[in-house]
Ligand binder design. Structure first.
Ligand SMILES: C[S@@+](CC[C@H](N)C(=O)[O-])C[C@H]1O[C@@H](n2cnc3c(N)ncnc32)[C@H](O)[C@@H]1O
Length: 245
C-alpha cells in the first residue's frame, strides 16, 4: 500500500495509508475520518494546533492514555509525542480508521464501539473522546450519556470534543439553560456553566477550552482546582498545524 505523508505542528511525522476513496457523494456523518483528513486540511491543521495547546502542560508526563474515537490517528500522534505515554490504546468503529491506527508504532489499536468501551471502566491516566458530534444535550441523554462513565475510574485528565458551536448560541440556548441551570448568552458562558455542571456531577472541572474555527471545541478537565482558560484557533494559519509533504 502506498502512503501519503504530512508534518504535524512543524514537528511530527504523520503517515496516512493512501487508499483514498471519494466519499463526496455521502452525507457528512457517513464519511470516514480518513476522507476528512484528506479533504479538510485547514480544519485538521487548526485542530492540531488546538490539541497541542490543550495538552502542552502534560509534556513528557509519561501518563497512560486511552482514546475511544481515535479516527485517523492525527491527535494520536500529538498525544504520543507530547505526553510520551507509557501505555497508549486507541480505537475506532470505522474499520479503515482501525487499520490506520494499527499502522502507528508504539500504540495498541482496537476496532470497537467507543460508547460501549467507555463503560468498561478501564484504568488510564488520560481518557480522550474526540466525539464526531457532541454537546451538553447529547452527553446528558441517550448513548452519549456514557460520557459520565469516563470519570468513574478517576483518570487524572479527561479530554473531549464539543461541537455545539456549529450552531449560533440562540438555536439551543433554552435547552442549554435548562440543563445548565443558568442564563447562557455566549459559548464562553456555556463552557463556564458546563464546568460547574461537571463539578457537581463528577468532581472534575474544565481547565482549558480550545476553540477551533467555527465548530469544534477541545476540552481538558481534571479534578484539580481549575481556572478556565479559553483560546481561539482560527483557520487562517491553515498550513502550520498539518502540512502534506
Ligand atoms: C472527529 S473523528 C476523530 C479524529 C481523530 N481524533 C484524529 O485526530 O484522527 C471521530 C471518530 O469517531 C469515530 N466514531 C463514531 N462513532 C463511533 C463509535 N460508536 N465508536 C468508536 N468510534 C466512533 C468515527 O469513525 C471518527 O473516526
Amino acid at each position: 500500500m502506498t502512503t501519503k505523508q504530512a508534518i504535524i505542528c512543524n514537528k511530527w511525522n504523520y503517515r496516512l495509508n493512501n487508499n483514498y476513496k471519494d466519499e463526496s457523494h455521502k452525507e457528512n456523518s457517513k464519511r470516514s475520518y480518513l476522507y476528512f483528513v484528506q479533504e479538510k486540511q485547514e480544519l485538521v491543521s487548526s485542530k492540531c494546533l488546538a490539541t497541542e495547546w490543550l495538552i502542552e502542560d502534560l509534556a513528557n508526563s509519561y501518563l497512560t492514555i486511552r482514546e475511544y474515537f481515535a479516527g485517523a490517528g492525527v491527535s494520536t500522534i500529538i498525544f504520543k509525542n507530547v505526553i510520551k505515554p507509557t501505555e497508549h490504546v486507541a480505537g475506532d468503529l470505522d474499520y479503515e480508521c482501525f487499520n490506520q491506527l494499527s499502522s502507528i508504532e508504539g500504540i495498541k489499536s482496537l476496532h470497537e464501539d467507543g460508547h460501549k468501551s467507555i463503560l468498561k471502566n478501564e484504568k488510564f491516566d488520560i481518557k480522550v473522546c474526540d466525539f464526531p458530534k457532541s454537546s451538553i444535550i447529547q452527553i446528558t441523554r441517550g448513548l452519549w450519556s456514557n460520557f459520565l462513565a469516563l470519570f468513574m475510574s478517576k483518570p487524572k485528565y479527561v479530554i473531549w470534543t464539543d461541537t455545539s458551536r456549529t450552531y449560533p448560541i440562540s438555536i439551543h440556548k433554552e435547552k442549554y439553560e435548562k440543563i445548565l441551570q443558568q442564563e447562557i448568552n455566549s459559548y464562553e458562558e456555556y463552557f463556564e456553566a458546563m464546568s460547574i455542571w461537571l463539578k457537581i456531577n463528577t468532581g472534575y472541572s474544565i481547565s482549558k477550552v480550545a476553540y477551533r474555527g467555527k465548530n469544534a471545541n477541545y476540552i481538558l478537565a481534571s479534578a484539580d482546582k481549575n481556572i478556565l482558560q479559553h483560546k481561539y484557533f482560527t483557520l487562517e494559519d491553515k498550513y502550520e498545524g498539518f502540512v502534506w509533504k
